[in-house]
Design a protein around this ligand. Structure first.
Ligand code: PRX
Length: 641
């Protein structure tokens, strides 16, 4: 459907006016075992069922179908500047390893529909495990390796995995981070216990093995060297995976995705948005624990027949472990990367380095750098754009959507980005701006509203919340009175040319260095400390990380406020508690002690007002506030810092 003469406006219009024809045409980008009978079943809104009756397999599309034409071409390129290791798997080799992993899963009792939780550092085995699940129809649930035992335990209880795959350790900035003790503690905390744990031993940290439960991948693999595990033909609407994400409540949501719709959405996005071509190399610097890692480290590039780089390490560390602010660019040169995907935070880190580092390597293969996950500020965009001399393409989306909602589709029609805007609605997305309280549609340029999507949501979009359809509908589709629309929980405006600008979240989600975190989860962890009476956590603007978490705590003993040594001690204990429960990513930048928190008369915490005060902004309408002195106290604390 896309060719040089199609304008993006036409392309988009077709996707909205004739969605069945549009998506049936996109569906040709993947291989089907059995063709579908119906493009979209939207008989029961807001549940959209894509490509009903069709059968396919994600792993088949990512690996097997390429064996015919590109068996010996690189598929998975694993690079670790933490261990200095570098290894490339061709499609043929990847096919072999995935079958070994699938056979090992089978030996551990995994069957179609079972959940396999993957808690791993950025190593090849993580990708093998994901693909092996897809191959046999098991549902994977990857939990970010930076999360600690408490977070992991709640996800184990929700996903109830038969098997957990993990490793002895990860490594960050040269420091070994043992995973096994965190996993053991999580399994101790959780009510659900997995039948088996499969562990990759990198020989970075000792592992205490639990007899009968724990198995070494390194050993099991040996017994399945010649394993042949054929692809399970999945119904298009069968679940491929769940991935947890944060929202307004402390309880993480399992975002559930289908099989066929996701495969089509990724294949289409690789062509129309990322403009990645088979035989080339894609490099996303994200982590498999996040949605970007699912869509654009593992599945998207492989489905498109591209090699994908799986990188473990900091953006500023060389293969010898010594500082090297050009490590990513050296990989672009070495592997002739054509499409790169990163986050604004990473670019802000690189911006602190010598700009000459951008000129040290031959980057002529690179066609574009995509950035997503948080707002892209103009100075950062300009700096990297001038440094690389390729288009810098901002793209806005969510764990829930699985692929970009707003960006520009250079594979359809080349367009320049506007600084500060991720771009225009992508094909298949009916994006609207609604007034926060009346729910009326805002049509004039520059009006600020909540970004919503009208159903049916396109292929690849979340099907529901894992095992909780009601929560899916109540959380996302019932926020606007009288209308059933999907809320992104983001503020936005649109300019006269139809370009959107994203202005931050409407809920209690914060974005720290591109990591999406729920302030409620952090509050729950902190309030578990015996000396804490009350707590409020807000996200505060930060020049490097976009936002950082800031905690305001009312201690049980008010005397603590006069005792700086005791305050410091409690602050440290609280931070350690968050580290142990959730992981260092969620640790507040500061904990400040106060005697009261600002609330409404009905007792609701005024987080937005606290945030405004922390950022030196006007706290807005405070007529419903119960105790204005509480906010003044926070103002004083922040000013004194
Ligand atoms: O607030 C928006 C912000 O990140 C949220 C989604 O985060 P997550 O579920 O982790 O998915 C990230 C997928 C790239 C959004 O609700 N966000 C994401 N991309 C952008 C953004 N904010 C501004 N500009 C973006 N490009």
């Amino acid at each position: 459907m896309s060719n040089a003469t199609t304008t993006y406006a036409d392309f988009y219009r077709q996707s909205i006016d004739k969605p069945d024809a549009f998506w049936a045409s996109q569906a040709k980008l993947i291989d089907w075992f059995k063709p579908f009978d119906r493009v979209c079943n939207y008989d029961n809104p807001p549940f959209a069922h894509w490509f009903e009756g069709g059968q396919t397999n994600l792993c088949y599309n990512a690996v097997d179908r390429h064996l015919k034409d590109r068996a010996d071409q690189a598929a998975l390129i694993c690079v670790s500047s933490e261990t200095g290791q570098e290894k490339t798997y061709t499609f043929k080799e990847l096919h072999v390893e995935v079958q070994r992993m699938a056979a090992s899963f089978r030996a551990l009792g995994v069957q179609k529909g079972d959940r396999v939780l993957i808690y791993m550092p950025m190593i090849a085995e993580a990708a093998f495990a994901m693909l092996a699940c897809a191959r046999m129809g098991a549902i994977h649930c990857v939990v970010f390796g930076g999360f600690a035992s408490g977070s992991l335990a709640s996800r184990i209880d929700d996903a109830t995995p038969k098997v957990i795959v993990s490793a002895d350790a990860g490594s960050r900035g040269g420091k070994v981070v043992p995973y096994k003790p965190l996993l053991d503690e999580a399994i101790r905390l959780s009510s659900h216990k997995p039948e088996a744990v499969l562990l990759a031993d990198r020989k970075l940290a000792p592992m205490a093995m639990v007899a009968g439960r724990d198995h070494l991948w390194n050993e099991l693999r040996e017994t399945h060297l010649d394993a042949q595990v054929s692809c399970e033909w999945m119904n298009s609407t069968d679940i491929s995976y769940t991935i947890y994400t944060s929202g307004t409540t402390g309880r993480p949501k399992g975002v559930q995705r289908d099989t066929g719709g996701y495969a089509v959405a990724l294949a289409a996005s690789m062509k129309h948005i990322f403009d990645g071509r088979a035989g080339e190399t894609y490099f996303s610097t994200s982590d498999i624990g996040w949605v970007v890692g699912h869509s654009y480290i593992v599945y998207g590039p492989l489905i498109a027949g591209m090699a994908t780089i799986l990188y473990e390490g900091l953006p500023t560390q060389g293969m010898d472990g010594k500082p090297d602010g050009a490590i990513w660019w050296s990989l672009v040169e070495k592997y002739r990367v054509t499409v790169m995907f990163s986050a604004p935070t990473a670019v802000r880190v690189l911006k602190k380095q010598d700009p000459a580092l951008l000129k040290k390597h031959d980057l002529s293969s690179l066609r574009a750098l995509f950035l997503a996950g948080e707002p892209l500020d103009e100075p950062t965009a300009r700096w990297i754009s001038e440094g690389l001399n390729v288009p810098i393409i901002d793209n806005y989306w969510q764990t829930e959507s699985g692929w970009p909602i707003l960006t520009i589709a250079n594979g359809v029609e080349e367009k320049a980005s506007k600084f500060g805007s991720p771009g225009v609605p992508m094909y298949g997305y009916r994006v609207k701006l609604l007034h926060e309280s009346t729910g009326e549609e805002l049509t004039k340029p520059g009006e600020k509203g909540v970004v919503v999507l009208e159903g049916p949501t396109p292929p690849g979009f979340m099907q529901t919340v894992w095992q909780d359809d009601e929560r899916f509908v109540a959380t996302y589709w019932k926020t606007v009175p009288g209308k059933m629309v999907y809320s992104t929980f983001d503020w936005g405006i649109r300019d006269k040319d139809g370009y959107y600008f994203i202005l931050g979240r409407t809920d209690d989600v914060i974005n720290v260095a591109g990591h999406r975190l729920g302030t409620r989860e952090i509050e729950e962890s902190i309030s578990g400390h015996l000396q804490v009476a009350e707590v409020a956590v807000v996200g505060v603007a930060d020049a490097l990380k976009g936002q950082v978490a800031m905690a305001f705590v009312v201690p049980k003993d008010a005397g603590l406020l006069q005792d700086s040594a005791a305050s410091l001690k409690l602050e440290k204990e609280i931070m350690k508690r968050v580290d142990d429960d959730l992981g260092a990513v969620a640790r507040p930048a500061r904990v400040r002690f106060v005697t009261a928190l600002p609330k409404t008369r009905s007792g609701k915490l005024l987080r937005r007002a606290i945030q405004a005060v922390c950022e030196g902004r006007d706290a807005g309408d405070l007529t419903t506030m119960d105790d204005p002195a509480a906010l003044e106290q926070i103002r004083d604390r922040v000013a004194a810092a």
